[in-house]
Design a protein around this ligand. Structure first.
Ligand SMILES: [Zn+2]
Length: 65
């Protein structure tokens, strides 16, 4: 399993992105969305399974109002 960080282009939330080629393929075309602002984090390729965990939340005081 390979773990990298990815940040949301809109709100700056940072996610740990874990990719495993050994697990069941994820659904094609599924894009994980930012838990903070609902922006798709990235375009998915169809291979392997990608999991995201929010590790650094942005300052939401300007987003949620
Ligand atoms: Zn976001």
């Amino acid at each position: 399993m390979r773990i990298t960080n990815i940040s949301c282009a809109k709100c700056g939330a940072v996610y740990a992105r874990a990719v495993s080629a050994t697990l069941a393929p994820a659904v094609r075309g599924h894009n994980h969305r930012c838990a903070i602002c609902d922006t798709p984090l990235e375009e998915r390729d169809a291979t392997g399974l990608v999991a995201y965990r929010l590790i650094i939340a942005p300052d939401t005081s300007q987003i949620l109002r």
